[in-house]
Design a protein around this ligand. Structure first.
Ligand code: DGP
Length: 112
């Protein structure tokens, strides 16, 4: 297993846990771009959103719902942003599907 997010989700590499259950793990981003910047990953290795299959629909929904749940726990009542970078043009740098949850400041649009 060489994937860094697989190792983080398995506890083999230290991280600051925010939330976890049998299917997913959420932790603080090492290079935060907002006062709240959390990564939410499936424990199952899925390389990117484009590699997710129809059978992952429930898992994808659970990842999104968990982002909203963490946002509530973090008091992000004024709003937040959830981002999935997919592939090189999408800006994905770690090849394990992950959601970014950003909050605690005004977001700008369009993203870069
Ligand atoms: P992306 O560019 O969408 O693939 O985002 C990858 C994010 O992962 C980036 O914001 C930095 C974060 N990251 C990379 N390596 C580590 C790590 O070892 N620990 C933590 N906590 N975050 C990491």
């Amino acid at each position: 297993m060489s994937c860094i997010f697989c190792k983080i989700a398995a506890g083999e590499i230290p991280s600051t846990a925010v939330h976890e259950d049998a299917r997913i793990y959420a932790f603080a981003d090492v290079n935060p771009r907002a006062p709240v910047h959390i990564l939410i990953v499936p424990r199952e290795h899925i390389g990117s959103l484009s590699e997710a299959g129809a059978h992952h629909g429930d898992l994808l929904g659970h990842l999104l719902w968990t982002a909203a749940e963490i946002a509530r726990e973090k008091g992000l009542g004024k709003g937040y942003r959830v981002v999935i970078n997919s592939g090189p043009d999408g800006g994905q740098t770690v090849d394990h599907l992950h959601l970014h949850l950003f909050g605690g400041r005004q977001m700008t649009w369009p993203p870069g």
